[in-house]
Design a protein around this ligand. Structure first.
Ligand SMILES: Nc1nc2c(ncn2[C@@H]2O[C@H](COP(=O)(O)OP(=O)(O)OP(=O)(O)O)[C@@H](O)[C@H]2O)c(=O)[nH]1
Ligand SMILES: [Mg+2]
Ligand SMILES: [Zn+2]
Length: 269
């Protein structure tokens, strides 16, 4: 069984002194606004300026529809449909790639982060890989973070496709993963049982009777705490985004802010 759902994400600085982080989402994968929100939170949390790139526009009938949807959740977020294949969107990226700027690309495996680098560099700097035809998921072609200098003079950080968002996305699915514990909890005497010192706690009973593995239960509690923490963060970031947008009268953020870092959560696979 996959342990990622229960392992504890360690915060890690993936790129120091990043000005702009391109959140890369491809237009041929499952469109998921919540995933974009979460990337947005991670980037803003680290203090970098987020820019959303919708890649593989050549594979999409109506890229503008997705641009509109993304703008609706984050009015101040710059959003650009691009296609490395059709050389579409290069001009939109130029203002972010000025000499001395440090930028990074983040997003799921297979969305085209390394392809983007090669396209902007005008030559093959990083290996890219085909996607599986069945599910459009990437294969984690890039395995380590690496810096490249672009012809424009900007420094580009290429990163491996992130796995941590699989944990975040499993928010709805995690209870299914621990359905045995959920079932036990349902038969605790008290509805709001914390499974600590309550009378008639079915979970404690199962633990002491050996029917429930303590390690599995510890995983369950860790995941529960982590998701609660992320939900809180999401609420805080949501408020901040709304406040900032209101302060600017809904106008895009002024460019040129010097940013610090991008913090992400990584879990073991
Ligand atoms: N049609 C089309 N395919 C693209 C485009 N950009 C990238 N691809 C394809 O998407 C696949 C994955 O691209 P990569 O650049 O390796 O993706 P990645 O995000 O770097 O993936 P990881 O390194 O695994 O995180 C490759 O087969 C690319 O050829 C595009 O604009 N149009
Ligand atoms: Mg790559
Ligand atoms: Zn209980």
């Amino acid at each position: 069984m996959r342990r990622a759902a229960g392992s504890r994400p360690d915060e890690q600085i993936i790129g120091a002194n990043i000005d702009t982080v391109f959140i890369v989402v491809s237009l041929n994968e499952d469109w998921n606004l919540r995933r974009i929100e979460r990337y947005l939170i991670a980037v803003q949390d680290g203090g970098a300026r987020p820019v959303l790139l919708l890649t593989k526009a050549d594979l999409c009938e109506e890229p503008e529809r997705y641009v509109r949807e993304a703008r609706a959740i984050a009015p101040e977020l710059p959003v650009f449909p691009i296609s490395a294949l059709q050389d579409l969107g290069r001009d939109a990226l130029a203002p972010f790639l000025v000499p001395g700027a440090t930028v990074g690309a983040t997003g799921s495996s297979g969305v085209g982060k390394s392809t983007l680098l090669n396209w902007l560099a005008g030559e093959s700097r990083q290996a890219v890989q085909g996607i599986r035809e069945d599910d459009a998921r990437g294969r984690h072609t890039t395995t380590h973070r690496e810096l490249f200098v672009l012809p424009s003079g900007a420094v580009w950080l290429d990163t491996p496709g992130m796995r941590e968002l699989q944990l975040w996305e499993s928010e709805d699915g995690w209870q299914a993963t621990f359905s045995d514990i959920e079932a036990l909890a349902a038969s605790c005497r008290f509805r709001d049982c914390r499974h600590e010192a309550e009378q008639g706690c079915a979970v404690r009973e199962a633990l002491s009777g050996g029917e429930l593995d303590p390690a599995r239960y510890a995983n369950y509690r860790k995941t529960e705490r982590e998701l609660a923490r992320l939900a809180q963060k999401e609420r805080r970031a949501g408020k901040r985004v709304a406040k900032e947008a209101a302060a600017r009268g809904g106008k895009p953020a002024a460019g040129g802010m010097k940013q610090k870092s991008m913090r992400v959560h990584e879990v073991e696979d």
